[in-house]
Write a protein that binds this ligand. Sequence first.
Ligand code: NAD
Length: 415
Amino acid sequence: MQEISPLVVAQRQLDMAATKLELDPNIHAILREPARVLEVNFPVRMDDGTVKVFKGYRAQHNNAIGPAKGGVRFHPQVTLEEVKALSMWMTFKCGVLGLPYGGGKGGVVVDPTTLSRGELERLSRAYIGAISPLIGPDQDIPAPDVNTNPQIMAWMMDEFSKYKGGITYPGVVTGKPIIVGGSLGRGEATGRGCVIAVREAAKRLGIKLQGAIGVVQGFGNVGSATARFLAKEGVKIIAIMEVDGGIFNAEGIDPEKLIAYREKAGTITTYPGSRPIDNQELFALECDVLVPAALENQITAENAGEIKAKLIVEAANGPTTPEADEILARRGICLVPDILANAGGVTVSYFEWVQNFMNYYWTEEEVNSRLEQKMVEAFACIYQMSQDYGVEMRMAAYMVSIARLAEAIRVRGWA
Ligand code: NAD
């Protein structure tokens, strides 16, 4: 299978929406590429005394509406093209939710499982030091993504603060531990938001979630929280996939128990009562809701024809290629796009940033109810647009977001 560049996918999605909107070609050109990208190569002292040089990136796609916002990914396959694409999707995601941000994204080419805790800390600090001229609470605000977590955010915030004369800047990153300015509810916000999207879509499609069948690819931060919230809605999760293998049980898998099991066993693949399953079989399972929650390019022209789900909700960024989108649309499968479905994370990151500026912190109930309101409103707006224009929800989401961005670009006088 030929790997499709995520940047080509993101640009193609933009081009299609631009055509539909008859977008000013100058605004289209501005949105086709990130405004700024930085490549850094920085040394890290390893535990054995040697020094290794790591490569990292930060892309800022657009700041017409506000500072750049987006996660940092630690992964061996990180590329500049991937980071650029992810920064574009962040701009459009913030536009869909009406957040006062543009898109940013960062990544380091590293397999973090090969690092000790000390090496991981030194790498996280060195990366943030290397990109420090470009970031800041009013400029660009990183957050967790694949293989990064609240502890890493705390190191990054601490390191950035050292660069700024020792003044603590909690608002420079989000997804921090609560004690240093994190927001209650941020850890599971992406999964919570995803399940709000599942619920809103299911309502409109006439799918009853109590007793519905669910399948989840990826059981990390987002996938495991999504699976837990789906189970709370009464969805029976029959299959879950991880990077080292997947599991199937027709009777259902309890996500809470699976999380506890993995904590001890280090893997989900040996979970009692289940049998192994691969990605090909997973995507072809008979189910109501399919949630890709791992990486890009998982639903492609090769497997889209096999999918039997009634509803796909993209917890991951960029899991579906444009060719697969066409096949799914032809087959009448409803897809809630990433820039809407997984926007719960950046929405609560926004709440965290606001709380950091106020230095006043909300209860978890307050955070969750504000998230609920934002997601339900955004879903209704995108769904209505898709009905009014007779387009798929991805196209509708791009149309809503690009219209907002275009207005900001115009009034700022850029085009
Ligand atoms: P994570 O590192 O916590 O989890 C990723 C999971 O995907 C891991 O458990 C890994 O085992 C699994 N995985 C990797 N390759 C796989 C494969 N080929 N098949 C099956 N599973 C595989 O990362 P995360 O934060 O949960 O991010 C997952 C996705 O959600 C990414 O696309 C990310 O950009 C997106 N996302 C994350 C957030 C957030 O708040 N963390 C917000 C919005 C979107």
